[in-house]
Design a protein around this ligand. Structure first.
Ligand code: GSH
Length: 435
């Protein structure tokens, strides 16, 4: 029997939720070759297997049957989409330029902007004295990776030991690195609720982001929404009572326990002359909207990307370009690669007023945060989508029209040129400047 793909993941991990749901979706339609096994990635495996192969201790990572390692959730999805184009999750920019661009923008918003609040809600509500508090649940979930073979309470105790020794300091320093401080906490909270309200409105009309079938945008959004906002008890309660449609969408996109949510793997039935007659269970006939249309209710969600995240990406491009050209960095040399905290060895550059930090605005407050060079790699992917979309008949005009309503929207059309001084290359989990 052909060996299956091996997905190394944690149930409690943001980016694992994104990749797992994607692989489950493709596999359901037999569009993932030999299929996959989802492997709980104990810390023994992180340090003994993943790090030596990809230079990174983060999950998810995938090992292909031919021995290839694929790292970073977006690269994993791109890899499978190219290898198994049947039942695509990523709209083809040559035929669906607007939907392709919208899906990539939503993915970036979900991966690298919503992450700040998702990271905060988990660890803030684990702090002593903060009520409501889910520390015990949080330790229990982390214990599965620290001591998978131990009995239940011992798993939790192992996580507590790690939390007291290193984990607690790492996560709370990481939140500061991302510009989540006492000063900005309320503004970040307002931001996430604005996104959730707009999604609730969208899912009233459409079962998925682009219509009746999941796409890259849905799997991206599952990053913040599954392991953090849905599963963590404090935010999970809030999500269920305030955003029941978003809650159902989580179950629907995961494709599990979703009978009342309707899902891609389900049909609804009517009785016609005593016979069961089936139909797609999801909205829009179970398909993305026709003619590359963007659902009207998606515009307000995309607006958050342009109003809040784009200025940070713009500053990232400026700061990274200056840093790469400076004596502090040898061209072709390594750059920080982590999303959740300053990368080991780059603390001086990524903290305080370091060369890889910048001021940003969230709501009415200002703070400093670290530059994340992985954002540049994500923007390069978006520049590729724009290039392919422009080449489609009428593509340039379509994209211009799509982007015009957003603050600074047309800047996306010039991404290629903007990135000229800060192009990066990704090798496994490590990032280097392009020579
Ligand atoms: N850019 C990566 C991020 C992966 C990542 O940061 N994973 C988290 C768990 S969701 C992790 O392993 N964190 C450990 C750490 O930051 O040290 C992706 O898209 O997969």
């Amino acid at each position: 029997m052909t060996r299956r793909y091996r997905l190394f993941s944690w149930e409690f991990s943001y980016f694992s939720g994104k990749v797992r749901a994607y692989m489950r979706y493709k596999d359901h339609f037999d569009a993932l070759g030999p299929g996959y096994e989802d492997i709980l990635c104990s810390f023994d495996l992180v340090h003994g297997l993943l790090a030596p192969n990809t230079g990174s201790t983060t999950v998810p990572q995938v090992l292909a049957p031919d021995g290839t390692w694929i790292h970073d959730s977006s690269e994993i999805i791109d890899y499978f989409e190219q290898l198994y184009p049947e039942t695509p999750a990523t709209p083809d920019p040559r035929t669906r330029p607007q939907q392709a661009l919208a899906a990539h923008l939503i993915e970036l918003l979900a991966d690298e902007w919503m992450v700040v609040w998702g990271f905060w809600e988990r660890w803030h509500h684990s702090l002593e004295g903060v009520e409501p508090n889910h520390l015990q649940f949080n330790l229990q979930q982390w214990g599965s990776a620290f001591a998978p073979d131990q009995p239940g309470r011992d798993r939790r105790a192992a996580a507590r030991k790690m939390y007291d020794a290193v984990l607690g300091d790492t996560v709370h320093a990481g939140l500061k690195d991302l510009g989540m401080t006492e000063r900005t906490e309320a503004a970040w909270t307002t931001s996430i609720h604005r996104i959730l309200e707009r999604l609730e409105n969208h899912f009233d009309r459409h079962d998925y982001v682009l219509g009746g079938r999941p796409s890259l945008a849905d799997f991206g959004l599952l990053g913040p929404l599954y392991a953090h906002l849905y599963r963590d008890p404090v935010s999970g309660f809030d999500l269920r009572v305030r955003y029941p449609l978003v809650t159902q969408w989580v179950e629907r996109t995961n494709g599990t326990n979703a009978l009342d949510a309707r899902s891609y793997n389900q049909r609804l039935y009517s009785l016609v002359d005593g016979e069961l007659v089936g139909r797609p269970a999801t909205s829009n006939g179970g398909e993305w909207l026709d003619d590359d249309a963007i659902p009207e209710t998606l515009g307000p969600v995309l607006a958050v990307f342009f109003e809040e995240m784009w200025p940070v990406l713009d500053a990232t491009i400026d700061r990274a370009t200056t840093y790469i050209a400076s004596d502090a960095h040898p061209l072709g040399g390594e750059l920080p690669s982590y999303t959740f905290h300053a990368s080991p060895g780059f603390e001086e550059a990524q903290r305080n007023d370091g060369a890889l930090t910048h001021e940003f605005r969230i709501g009415d407050t200002r703070e400093r945060r670290m530059v994340v060079p992985y954002h540049l790699w994500m923007l390069q992917r978006i520049a590729d989508v724009v290039r392919a979309g422009n080449a489609a008949p009428g593509g340039r005009a379509t994209l211009e029209q799509f982007l015009r309503p957003f603050v600074d929207g047309p800047a996306i059309l010039d991404l290629d040129a903007r990135l000229a001084g800060c192009r990066v290359r990704k090798d496994g989990g490590r990032i280097f400047s392009e020579t």
